[in-house]
Write a protein that binds this ligand. Structure first.
Ligand SMILES: Nc1ncnc2c1ncn2[C@@H]1O[C@H](COP(=O)(O)OP(=O)(O)OP(=O)(O)O)[C@@H](O)[C@H]1O
Ligand SMILES: [Cu+]
Ligand SMILES: [Mg+2]
Length: 682
């Protein structure tokens, strides 16, 4: 069985709105209902100062402390306000966790502060109203500092998380508010971006932000797409080139026809993808919540054990004190942050560098990748076909007619080969008839009806399979020169061919080498003919080549490798790659590819640059390292603190107080947060 890929459609924009208000996406499970912790932290801090001054820490009077008649009442009142006001976010979080029967971090914190508060109330009553009782140590000092430090920690955490999420906000701000619409008379008028519709003509002046996706009708310019695709170099644009909403126009003035606005625009789609990727955090949350749940029981058990142990070796009140201390100290704060912060950072870092992570699991799987299957056309090569040769084998048709018939079918295709052919037809100003009943033959070509004739555009493997004759010498010569050859069949008769050449992407060769250096075997899979495949593979240094594959063959290759126990990455762009992308352990789609491929993939290379595969591997490696580091920093605190608080080292005089525990906890939290932010890709 393959892993199920539960991708949300990247075309689902229900969560998008025109105002690009993404304030609610930071998505930390328990922080969502915590409100603004900043004022809460500062008010709690002010309340805490008199408590620290007037209440003994762990029963010890510190030099700066003072007491006067009735001061214990002030401490009691302040601590009560602090408990209900400052502790409210945690208590509320715990209520939610408990009502869903999932005790986790908030429950642990609440357990700590509630136990501290109630125990201190008990101490207060005993010390003030039961004259003959022994003095009972209260925990007001600890209660106050715990709440303040906890608030600080969560405030920092939420800040860190919303910073990680701000890649989305940055993207949202790329779009201007208005667009200059050009009407049929050539007059321009400014309208708000929401009102712009597909098909309208928009004027973009030098230096302005480009408001929508579109195709250039008039003018030339260079455009900075860095904020959208991460491509640092300016991109030259002339007639027919596409521009992306959110990129910045350089020195020229252009008029574009709008092809995508608002929600259908590229930028919105990218934002939806990022959002989906970030929402996957909730799954990680539950994972760390699971750990917290486990810790909750450990803390309870440790508390009870400490109670029993101290009851045997000491007295009841010490036993209570120790138990309370253990429960106060068990807060797994940093642990809850360890993974989500890294994922959030990694996702936004990826997005800024042209890597969209649709499925974060890919970050973890990447470390064990054994083999990478790569599609040729559009992935390793540009997919920018140019017709080098076209001819007729039949006396009834001229070469131009062959091209005309082929073009009639290709008008209905978005395959890279189709675009090359149509460009040629246009160059020759051929008059192309309409085709009807056009059907895509995956891995083969197209079929349809033109002028009442049954027409097919087919690959050489189809001819071989159907035993249709062709001039092998001529075919070999063309394909050895690197041409992809498509035949025209009329009523299954071989009428002619068109041969087109493509260029290898400049970054492909070094990418292949770098994969080999990382011990990931590069394999090329292509639907194209054997000779072209060999030529490209040789150029790139790929030894393992499989050509003339049908989409299902590609998928089967992926399956075979996986059945062999290998972890498979698959990179592709076309409809024919979609099944293999979904089947692979890590599916990587080329951003310029088809929507189906993009929807099936775990990762999208926005810039369509093969070297971003290497960047992804680097990002994955670093993310993994940070996660492990952070889990140790987070759990390390608990591993050390719980037994210390329970009094394991009491025989040699070391006992952890709740206050010191809280300080260490905050330190480990800050380390985890900073460590996550230090994740870089270069
Ligand atoms: N629209 C089309 N026009 C002409 N030929 C086509 C078309 N679609 C497919 N073919 C033929 O079928 C073959 C296989 O196509 P397919 O899309 O599976 O792979 P490809 O794009 O050539 O290569 P790759 O798998 O490397 O992307 C092509 O090489 C071509 O001969
Ligand atoms: Cu905490
Ligand atoms: Mg392809």
């Amino acid at each position: 069985m393959s892993t199920t890929h539960e991708h949300q459609q990247h075309t689902d924009h229900s969560s998008m709105d025109h105002d690009h208000d993404h304030s609610g996406h930071s998505g930390m499970d328990h922080s969502m209902h915590m409100g603004n912790l900043k004022p809460k932290f500062f008010i709690s801090l002010v309340l805490t100062i008199p408590i620290i001054l007037m209440s003994p820490m762990m029963g010890m009077d510190l030099p700066f402390q003072f007491q006067f008649a009735g001061s214990e009442w002030i401490v009691l009142i302040l601590a009560t306000i602090l408990f209900f006001y400052g502790g409210q976010p945690f208590l509320q979080g715990a209520k939610m966790e408990l009502s869903s029967k999932e005790p986790a971090m908030m429950t642990l914190i609440s357990l700590g502060i509630t136990v501290a508060y109630i125990y201190s109330l008990y101490a207060f009553v005993m010390n003030n109203f039961v004259p003959q009782a022994d003095h009972v140590m209260d925990f007001f000092w600890e209660l106050a500092t715990l709440i303040v430090i906890m608030l600080l920690g969560h405030w920092v955490e939420m800040n860190a998380v919303s910073n990680a999420g701000s890649a989305l906000e940055e993207m949202a701000q790329l779009l201007p508010n208005t667009a200059h619409i050009v009407d049929d008379n050539g007059d321009t008028k400014d309208i708000s971006l929401q009102e712009v519709q597909e098909g309208q003509h928009v004027l973009i002046k030098a230096g302005e932000k480009i408001p929508t996706d579109g195709t250039v009708l008039k003018g030339t310019t260079s455009v900075n797409e860095a904020m959208v695709t991460g491509e640092a170099k300016d991109v030259e644009k002339e007639q027919k080139d596409t521009v992306i909403g959110g990129s910045v126009n350089g020195s020229g003035t252009i008029t574009v026809e709008v092809t995508g606005t608002g929600e259908s625009g590229y930028l919105s789609q990218v934002m939806t993808l990022v959002e989906n990727a970030q929402n996957e955090k909730s799954r990680v949350e539950t994972l760390s919540d699971k750990v917290a749940k486990w810790l909750f029981y450990v803390a309870l058990a440790a508390g009870i054990l400490a109670f029993i142990g101290w009851l045997i070796t000491s007295d009841l009140s010490t036993a209570f004190e120790r138990m309370v201390t253990v429960l106060i100290i068990a807060c797994p704060h940093a642990l809850g942050l360890a993974i989500p912060l890294v994922i959030a950072r990694s996702t936004s870092l990826g997005a800024k560098n042209g890597l969209l992570l649709q499925n974060r699991e890919a970050l973890e799987t990447a470390k064990s990748a054994d083999v990478i299957l790569m599609d040729k056309t559009g992935t390793l090569t540009e997919g920018n076909f140019a017709v080098n040769n076209y001819r007729s084998f039949s006396e009834d048709y001229t070469a131009d007619q062959v091209l005309t018939y082929i073009s009639a079918l290709e008008q209905n295709s978005s395959h890279p080969l189709a675009i090359g052919i149509l460009n040629k037809a246009e160059e020759l100003s051929l008059d192309i008839p309409e085709a009807s009943d056009v059907e895509n033959l995956p891995g083969v070509g197209l079929k349809g009806t033109v002028d009442g004739k049954n027409i097919k555009v087919a690959s050489v493997s189809y001819l071989n399979k159907q035993s249709i004759d062709y001039d092998k010498n001529n075919f070999d010569e063309l394909s050895k020169q690197g041409n992809s050859v498509s035949f025209l069949l009329i009523d299954e008769q071989n009428i002619g061919l068109v041969a087109q050449g493509d260029q290898i992407k400049p970054a492909a060769k070094s990418m292949v080498q770098s994969l080999k250096d990382q011990n990931i075997d590069p394999v090329m899979l292509t639907g194209d003919n054997q000779q072209v495949a060999q030529a490209v593979a040789k150029e790139l240094g790929i030894d393992d080549v499989h050509a003339e594959l049908m989409p299902e063959d590609k998928e089967k290759m992926v399956k075979d490798y996986r059945d062999n126990g290998q972890v498979v990455m698959m990179v592709g762009d076309g409809v024919n790659d979609a099944p293999s992308l979904a089947r692979a352990d890590i599916g990587i789609a080329i951003g310029a590819g088809t929507d189906v491929a993009i929807d099936s993939a775990d990762i999208i290379l926005v810039k369509s640059d093969p070297s971003d595969i290497i960047h992804f591997l680097t990002l994955a490696k670093r993310t993994q390292r940070k996660m492990v580091q952070n889990i140790w920093w987070g759990a390390g605190y608990n591993i050390v603190a719980i037994p210390l608080a329970a009094g394991v080292l009491a025989p040699i005089g070391i006992i952890l107080s709740p206050a010191v525990g809280a300080i260490v906890m905050s330190l480990s939290t800050i380390i985890v947060a900073i460590n996550a932010m230090l994740l870089k890709i270069d």
